[in-house]
Design a protein around this ligand. Structure first.
Ligand SMILES: [Zn+2]
Length: 336
């Protein structure tokens, strides 16, 4: 298990061991924190034949169960073996890979959950990215949450729990996985053979797995190049088109620019450079900070506005290239 999830894993499996876990659990946490992996361990713990042994036979449990944390899956029983092999008939997964989770998928799920367990150790359903449920799907699930089908446990995960109907949230036991402390994540990323930095973690909002993928894909290098190019626009106006298309490649590239300008503004206001989010771009931030707080503040406000209008679902479609081009022109005019 990821080091930042071990404590949650220990506490939640202990609840399972004590039979204190409710029939529906909502795991909340930012994208890339490991909700899927944690839900998988909990599903194994719930279905494990040793975790589920009743008290009077506990004496005969193998050493494995006693060696492990209370409630942790043994890893050896028939049930644990079936899950490892990927075909446990009492474990059901909706993986949230599709754009939305429709009512048919949920109806199918609630139907199997209402049948009795094949192996006799309860049933578990995992619904990943549960906030992708359509209104009809959420309604269909509500009935199961209101009248839990005997031995079924539902494990929901979501990075956007606020998008779930309150009626769903209130019927689940909620468990928040906090963004882990940066030092812990940086050590873990280094153990994965990557070259992490606080800046890389900050542009990915502290998410360990998103940062891992970002570093592995070489995107951090791209960020530094693009921001460097932006910083030199005044000297090299011929790169304008390339900077513009670079910033539009991915929505997150405008966030990089925003963090850079925020850092520059912080320096322009005479605040401490140790608090910079892009600490690896301090030289660049210092150069930009000479524009002064007022101009930086204006550029930043316009950029925030631009990012808002470019967000999906922000209303009427906008011409991103046109808007960003306008912003870059204003930036260049102001520079002179
Ligand atoms: Zn087991």
């Amino acid at each position: 298990m990821y080091p930042w999830l071990r404590e949650s894993e220990r506490q939640l499996t202990a609840l399972i061991g004590d039979k204190q876990l409710g029939h529906a659990l909502l795991l909340k946490g930012v994208e890339g924190i490991g909700k899927r992996e944690l839900a998988a361990v909990l599903a194994r713990a719930l279905l494990c034949q040793h975790t589920n042994l009743t008290d009077h036979v506990t004496n005969h449990v193998t050493d494995n169960a006693t060696d492990n944390e209370k409630g942790a899956p043994c890893g050896h029983c028939h049930s644990c073996q079936l899950i490892k092999a990927g075909h446990h008939s009492d474990l059901h997964l909706i993986d949230g890979q599709q754009r939305s989770i429709g009512v048919d998928a949920i109806r199918q799920l609630t139907q199997v959950l209402s049948e009795s367990a094949r192996l006799g150790h309860g049933k578990v359903a995992v619904i990943e990215q549960a906030d992708k449920m359509t209104d009809a799907a959420a309604n269909a699930l509500l009935k199961t949450l209101e009248e839990p089908a005997g031995e079924a446990t539902l494990l929901l995960t979501s990075a956007h729990p606020e998008r779930l109907p309150p009626t769903i949230r209130s019927r689940c036991q909620q468990w928040l996985l906090p963004v882990p402390e940066s030092g812990l994540v940086l050590r873990w990323l280094a153990e994965q053979g990557l070259e992490p930095s606080l800046a890389a973690l900050n542009v990915n909002q502290g998410s360990p797995l998103v940062t891992r993928d970002y570093l592995a894909a070489g995107t951090d290098q791209r960020r530094r190049e693009l921001l460097q190019q932006f910083g030199q626009l005044a000297q090299q106006p011929q790169t304008l088109a390339s900077v513009q298309s670079g910033l539009l490649e991915q929505p997150v590239h405008l966030l990089w620019l925003q963090l850079l300008l925020q850092d520059a503004l912080q320096l322009a206001l005479g605040l401490s450079p140790t608090g910079l989010r892009l600490a690896d771009s301090e030289t660049l931030c210092r150069a930009l900070s000479r524009r002064g707080p007022e101009r930086l503040g204006q550029a930043l406000a316009a950029l925030l506005q631009l990012r808002r209008t470019l967000q999906p679902g922000a209303g009427r479609p906008v011409n991103a290239a046109l808007q960003l081009g306008q912003w870059l022109n204003d930036w260049l005019i102001n520079i002179k």
